[in-house]
Write a protein that binds this ligand. Structure first.
Ligand code: NAD
Ligand code: DAU
Length: 341
């Protein structure tokens, strides 16, 4: 049966990969991408699908109640997948306000629209960062869906607040929701402020590679397509009111990733520079994905060796996409963030 799906934040990294995956997998569905096109949104990313008859792009802010309600009135969506967010931890440390606005108030507007117009499913794309961090010396500890919320940054606090709001709208108003909490994604179209694309872009430009602290923090990396597949499964078969963790049992230290990128690009490790650590820096993230595996049969399909090769090749072969970004306002960001670090 056909469906109309609103994807918010679809001009960003994961949202665009999700639309590409879904439009291919469900050619009979209609997709509406609602995106404010902040610094992180890139309309050119969506060029390959812009003219498809089952795709529509709408430039709007999820905090804009009138715009969101008008879109629901017009499109009568069956499903909403909310990717739209301010997503970068360092920026949340610099300026928390916009994170509270978009991530919390924007989610509230989306929930109100779902409540007013009725919906088959609202899916909130959340993050493993809502659980805080884990110690390095206890590798047996993993985040499960029962792990208490315990946030560290304004970003993760805003995402956790949104999760609580979504759960409250389910319990109080019966809005049919699901939530996913995924670990670190990597892949094509990731904005070069995040670790992997930043290091690839800098290495290709023979610029220094700024590793925070000693580079010993651990992240659980997942290829973006595997995240998209998990969300597809959850919106179709996930149980209403449930939270699903998504992660690939692929824990790696930052320094090992950066060295791997140097090796793959034939660049010297002498480019690596240790810089002042991020404030409140979470030490380790690690997801237990047993629930989504047992209930929905999800397993990651791309191992890290293949995924990082695909990703590096993509950045090598799509220089205009990221060069355009780093030649603009990004330079001011880079100077503010790394200039005196
Ligand atoms: P991103 O920063 O690349 O993209 C965010 C998109 O949202 C952009 O297109 C931006 O224009 C849009 N947006 C921002 N504010 C908006 C607003 N007020 N109204 C409408 N659109 C707005 O982010 P991403 O890395 O693709 O992350 C997408 C979602 O997944 C986020 O909710 C993030 O918290 C979550 N998440 C990300 C990761 C990761 O590793 N990147 C992992 C787990 C969860
Ligand atoms: O875990 C999921 C989260 O992963 C998502 O919710 C966030 O939206 C996403 O940005 C990501 O958060 P991180 O803070 O883990 O990702 P980031 O790429 O910013 O950093 C990854 C690690 O690399 C972290 O330990 C900080 C470090 N780092 C990052 C940058 C940008 C560096 O050492 N140097 C850098 O220049």
């Amino acid at each position: 049966m056909t469906k109309t799906i609103i994807v918010t934040g679809g001009a960003g990294f994961i949202g665009s990969n999700f639309i590409f995956y879904m439009i291919d997998k469900h050619p009979d569905y209609r997709f509406i991408c609602l995106d404010k096109l902040t610094y992180a949104g890139n309309l050119s990313t969506l060029t390959p699908i812009m003219d498809k008859p089952n795709f529509r792009f709408v430039k709007a802010d999820i905090c804009d109640r009138t715009a969101v309600f008008n879109l629901f009135e017009e499109e009568k969506p069956d499903v909403v997948v909310n990717f739209a967010a301010e997503s970068h931890v360092d920026r949340s440390i610099e300026n928390p306000g916009v994170f509270l606005e978009t991530n919390i108030m924007g989610t509230a507007v989306m929930m109100d629209a779902c409540r007013k117009y009725g919906i088959e499913r609202y899916h909130q794309v959340s993050t493993d960062e809502v659980y805080g961090d884990l110690p390095i010396d206890k590798p047996e500890l993993l985040f499960t869906e029962m792990t208490p919320i315990h946030t560290s940054s304004p970003y993760s606090a805003s995402k956790a607040s949104a999760d609580l709001l979504v759960l409250a709208y389910h319990r109080t108003f019966g809005v049919p929701i699901t939530i996913s909490r995924c670990s670190n994604n990597y892949g094509p179209y990731q904005f070069p402020e995040k670790l992997i694309p930043l290091m690839i872009a800098n290495a290709l430009n023979d610029k220094s590679l700024p590793v925070y602290g000693e580079g010993l923090n651990v992240r659980d990396w997942l290829y973006v397509d595997d995240h998209c597949k998990a969300i597809d499964l959850i919106i179709h078969n996930g149980r209403v009111g449930e939270v699903y963790n998504i992660g690939g049992h692929n824990e790696m230290r930052n320094i090992d990733i950066v060295k791997l990128i140097c090796g793959a690009l034939g660049k010297p490790e002498s480019l690596i520079t240790y810089v002042t650590d991020r404030k409140g820096h979470d030490m380790r993230y690690a997801i237990d994905p047993t629930k989504i595996h047992n209930e929905l049969g999800w397993l990651p399909e791309t191992n890290f060796a293949d995924g990082i090769k695909l990703t590096i090749d993509w950045y090598v072969n799509n220089r205009p996409w990221w060069q355009e970004i780093i030649s603009g306002d990004y330079q001011y960001y880079y100077e503010r963030m790394y200039g005196n670090r």
